[in-house]
Ligand binder design. Sequence first.
Ligand SMILES: [Mg+2]
Length: 145
Amino acid sequence: MIIAVDFDGTIVKHRYPAIGEEIPFAIDTLKMLQEERHRLILWTVREGELLDEAVEWCRKRGLEFYAVNRDFPEEDATGEGFSRKLKADLFIDDRSFGGLPDWGVIYHRIKAGKAHDADWGRLSLFSDDVYQAPKKSFWDRVFGR
Ligand SMILES: [Mg+2]
């Protein structure tokens, strides 16, 4: 899979523009995924010097991305036909709907081929309870009827 990974708040704790401490097991997990032939793209708002620092921070820990803020290393981000939207199969980002799970969970879900199945999708609309068959229609629930 092509996996796009955010940096601040995902690999490290959010201290932007500084680099926070590593979120437990982020680096080891990403290295394991790479060994299992997944292609990793760093996908971050960082640019220039701040981006270089993040790339170097990962490199020092043995993590080298296939590409940074683009689909492939040679991609011309200014060229005609270029789309800013990354063509990744999976995005790992602390701003994802549902939030960022533990890196252990991320690893096992990817390994099991279930990266896109989310348990929180089974939660009911207005509470944290596990989903139960609704007694009212969807629209009645949405509008509190
Ligand atoms: Mg983030």
